[in-house]
Design a protein around this ligand. Structure first.
Ligand SMILES: [Zn+2]
Ligand SMILES: [Zn+2]
Length: 266
């Protein structure tokens, strides 16, 4: 089976990943991936926004590190990308980041459902007790839809991240996915199958089979990502992700180079 590209991985510059880019590349080569993309957490306009992203003065180092890996490992396609946090009213900053380097793609992710609450932060799990679950999911998918509509991103990241700690969406959330995926289709974005969910409490790929089935029905394109924060996580559980994608009908996924999309079989 030909494995698809792994388009989601981090580096230690985001302050919570281990291993340098050459080690990520070596693992990708070892398991036979055809292509990878580094997509570290983007800096915010003000440093120390939170403790899990690179400071702005590290951005040029990040780009240099990826370029060096491209030069040192010509046998692997290596893309230059970032995972960028989407915030309503944060679009100008993302446009500035986009103009700074010749990126291959941006993954648009929603981690924050309010200014102080990153939904995937283990220190904030207790917030769920103060909130109505449907309201949290509604805000999340509304922001995710806005990210797609902004046309700032090629890929929408881990599309049901709030389930990370096991807070699964109820059946009342179905219209939220419908609306979100309609926007994604219209915008031309892809969504990713992100295998990191299998390593979290939810023990499930992001997004769920239910969302992926709807995405296939609406002809929304896909990419694959491990969300590796260590070299050994590159391409992790890709066989399972491919099986899931195939079982809902997908046979093709996207590649990106200089923000241009190409569709390839996997
Ligand atoms: Zn993320
Ligand atoms: Zn990530």
């Amino acid at each position: 089976m030909a494995l698809p590209a792994d388009y989601h991985m981090h580096t230690p510059l985001c302050l919570h990943a281990t291993g340098e880019p050459p080690e990520y590349v070596q693992h990708a080569l070892k398991i036979g991936l055809p292509e990878i993309g580094f997509s570290d957490h983007s800096p915010m306009q003000q440093d120390n926004f939170d403790e899990w992203r690179m400071n702005f003065d590290k951005l040029s180092i990040y780009v240099d590190n990826v370029r060096r890996a491209q030069k040192d490992f010509p046998q692997l396609q290596i893309r230059l990308a970032m995972e960028v946090d989407y915030f309503p009213n944060g679009e100008d900053w993302i446009r500035e980041l986009a103009a700074m380097y010749p990126w291959d793609y941006f993954i648009g992710s929603v981690h924050y459902v309010s200014d102080g609450w990153a939904i995937d932060d283990p220190k904030k799990i207790s917030e769920w007790k103060n909130r109505d679950s449907f309201e949290v999911w509604s805000i999340y998918f509304e922001r995710l839809g806005m990210a797609a509509e902004s046309e700032l991103f090629e890929i929408i990241g881990h599309a049901d991240l709030p389930k990370k700690f096991g807070h699964r969406p109820g059946p009342e959330c179905q219209p939220l996915y419908e609306r979100f995926l309609d926007v994604v289709k219209k915008s031309g974005c892809a969504i990713e199958l992100n295998t990191a969910g299998l390593r979290k409490d939810c023990k499930e790929i992001y997004p769920s089979r239910q969302i992926l089935e709807l995405a296939f029905k609406k002809d929304v394109p896909i990419t694959f990502g491990s969300d590796a924060h260590a070299p050994g996580e590159v391409g992790m559980n890709f066989a399972e992700a491919v099986e899931l994608a195939r079982s809902v009908g997908y046979t093709r996924c996207c590649r990106f180079k200089k923000r241009q999309r190409q569709i390839v079989s996997f």
